[in-house]
Unconditional design. Structure first.
Length: 203
């Protein structure tokens, strides 16, 4: 199905935000990219902030859809007791899906690049960067691992050990690392990590 005008505006805006930065792209730029007048754009969005809000809402929808597809706990802290029962292969599959989500899928990949560009120039973007790419994922994983370890300090260490290499691979992927090689490294990392967790449970 052909995307509607509102979706086309959103996608064009994110494309420009990821290339020129949120602050560097104007509503006129967005309208031109879509092939409509600025007045026509205003029929769908009253401001650039409203477009950004729509982008963020779409990202939240994608996160929920992905969690549901892999039967993973949601992002709400304290909802992760079921994680203890998730088999290792599901953790592996979900980790790969997360990596591809942020590096290969156009919408989230551009969202990540926009936040990376703007995090030092705009406090609102810095908050979004932390929520989606830095503090948020680590806090979520610490909550998850807290159910396994029973120790807040140990859970945070596990969260850092798990997420740190994934985060680094995002940057290596941006730098041109072959996707197959990146996925191989990710798979090795997840295997080692699962082995570490299982060894800890056995002790």
């Amino acid at each position: 199905m052909e995307p509607g005008t509102k979706d086309r505006i959103t996608e064009a805006a994110l494309r420009l935000f990821s290339e020129k930065g949120y602050l560097g792209a104007s509503l006129s730029d967005i309208a031109k990219q879509v092939g409509i007048s600025k007045a026509a754009l205003y029929k769908h969005f009253a401001s650039k902030q409203e477009i950004l809000d729509h982008i963020v809402a779409r990202m939240d929808e994608l996160d929920t859809e992905r969690s549901q597809r892999f039967s993973m706990p949601g992002n709400e802290l304290g909802s992760t007791a079921a994680y203890k029962e998730i088999p290792a292969e599901k953790i592996r599959a979900y980790s790969k899906a997360q990596f591809l989500h942020w590096t290969e899928e156009e919408f989230p990949s551009r969202f990540r690049k926009m936040l990376t560009l703007e995090q030092y120039r705009d406090s609102g973007m810095a908050e979004l960067y932390q929520k989606y790419l830095a503090g948020g994922p680590v806090e979520y994983m610490a909550s998850v691992f807290g159910e396994i370890t029973g120790s807040e300090d140990a859970a945070w260490q596990l969260a850092l050990e798990f997420y740190g290499p994934m985060f680094l691979l995002y940057g290596l992927s941006d730098g041109g690392m072959d996707e197959a090689r990146a996925m191989e490294l990710l798979d090795d990392h997840v295997s080692r990590f699962i082995g570490q967790i299982e060894a800890g449970k056995a002790r």
